[in-house]
Design a protein around this ligand. Structure first.
Ligand SMILES: [Zn+2]
Length: 154
């Protein structure tokens, strides 16, 4: 892997996105998600409205907002082609391909947001069944219930 394997450029999903510059095979490491591990969520919402803080295990957060994190522009998508894997022995997280990724494709992963977090973070991934919010895959049915019950009656 080298930093030339990915590049940041404007994304149809949001702001800058992370794009593959070569093909990746399923399970292959794409690029490191470097940052600082803390015991609490770093303060929300950077100036560009993006979120770079991810919960890597219960109560442990990785703040990837540093400009030298090559993966910080990777967007969330409802059908991501990559996942973020935390490797304890290396104390490092890697974006890892979930499926074959072709050169030029945008690299996305599931931010794993809670229901509460999702309410503040719209998703614009473009999938026909987009949940409309950035939320962890297993929580999507709960989000749909929440939105149904919170919709004003007319
Ligand atoms: Zn979506």
């Amino acid at each position: 892997m080298s930093f030339q394997d990915v590049e940041s450029r404007p994304s149809p999903i949001a702001g800058l996105g992370l794009f593959a510059r070569r093909d990746f095979a399923p399970g292959e490491r794409i690029s490191p998600y470097s940052g600082t591990v803390t015991g609490q969520p770093p303060s929300e919402a950077s100036s560009d409205g993006k979120v770079y803080a991810l919960e890597i295990s219960p109560g442990r957060w990785l703040d990837g907002s540093s400009a030298d994190n090559p993966s910080r522009h990777a967007n969330h998508a409802c059908h991501p082609n990559a996942e973020l894997i935390w490797h304890d022995p290396e104390s490092a997280a890697w974006l890892t391909a979930l499926q074959p990724i072709a050169a030029g494709e945008e690299i996305t992963f599931d931010y794993g947001f809670s229901l509460a977090e999702s309410l503040f973070h719209p998703c614009a991934c473009g999938a026909v069944d987009c949940a409309g919010r950035i939320i962890a895959t297993p929580l999507r049915p709960a989000l749909r219930r929440h939105l149904r019950f919170s919709r004003p009656r007319d």
